[in-house]
Design a protein around this ligand. Sequence first.
Ligand code: MRU
Length: 359
Amino acid sequence: MNVGGKPRRTIWVEPDGAVGIIDQTKLPHDLVTRRLATWEDAAGAIATMQVRGAPLIGVAAAYGLALAMRAEASDANLARARAGLAATRPTAVNLQWALQEMASALETFAPADRARAAFERAGELAEADVETCRRIGEHGVALIEAAARKKRGPVNVLTHCNAGWLATVDWGTALAPIFLAHRQGLDLHVWVDETRPRSQGLLTAWELAQEGVPHTLVVDNAGGHLMQHGQVDLCLVGTDRTTRRGDVCNKIGTYLKALAAHDNQVPFYAAVPASSIDWALEDGVRDIPIEQRDAREVLEVAGRGRDGALASVRVAGEGTRAANWAFDVTPARLVTGLVTERGVCEASAAGLHRLFPER
Ligand code: MRU
C-alpha cells in the first residue's frame, strides 16, 4: 500500500541479502527501516513487535530460517533456529505454519542448496500472502457494498487492532476490503479502536490516512456506545488463530466488541487467511494459548514528547501491579461470518469445510 503516495511492503530482501523491515515500534511517528542479518535478529524483531500481525510474523519467521540457512545449513542449525523463532510469540498460528512450510521444503534439499531454497520459499510465502490478502479484499468488499445498499451516507465500519498491510506483507486482511472499497469510490468511514496497551489502532489510523480513507480514532471502550446509537454498520477484524469450528482469537478486546455487536444486531466479521486457521483445534477459548506480555506495556504509554523525541511515560502509580493478556477468543456463535481468500463463509465447521474441503 501507499506511504507518501509510493507503494511499500513491510518486508523485503536487500540487494546484499539482508532482510529489510519497517520498524513498527516507531510508527506512526517515524518511518524507520531495519536490517535483519541473522535468525536471531528476526526472532528479536518478532518478539519486540518491530514486526507484528499474524501473517507478517509468519513471513518474518520464514526469512529468519533463510538467514539461519545462509549462516550454517546443517540439520542442527535448522532445528535450533526453528525452535528459537517458534518461541517468540505463542498465539499467532501463522508462525508455526510458516516454520512448518519452510522445514518441509528444506528437508528435500542437501545442506549445500538450503540457503538458496530457503530464500526462494520464503519469497513464495511472502508473495502468496499478498495474493491471499488481495482476494480477502475482493470478497470482503461485497459486505461493504451490501451495507451501503441499506442506507444513505457513509458505511461505518469498526475495526480493532491493526489488521492492515502493516500486519501482513501488503494489503492487510480486515483492512483490505476497506482499501479496495475506498479505491472503488464507495462512501465509507472507519471507527478505529485505539487498542491499548500497544495502540495498534494508531497504525491503522496511519495506514488509512496514507490511503485517504476517512476514519476516526476512538478509545477502546467507545464501541458499545457507538453501536447502541446506530453508528456502526459492520465490524471487521483480523485474527491470529481461528479454530476449525470458527472460534476467532484476535487482539484483546475483540470479544467485547463482538458481544456489543451481537446485542445491537451489528454484523461482526473476521478476515481469516487459511494460514491463520488452526485445523487441529476446536474449542478456541479452552485451547488457544494466549500470550501474556510484559506488565510495563500496561503501566507505561509510549509517544512523542513535547521535545519531539519518542519516549515512554509511566501512567500508573508506583507499586501498581498490572496483567497483560494480549489476545482473547470470540466464540463462533458471535461471529456473523469469516472472510477468507476463498470467499465468505459461516463461522462453523461446516462453513469452513465448504470452502476448504481438502482439510
Ligand atoms: O500483537 P499483534 O499486534 O501482533 O496483534 C495483531 C492482531 O491481533 C491482528 O488483528 C491479527 O494479527 C490479524 S493481522 C492481519
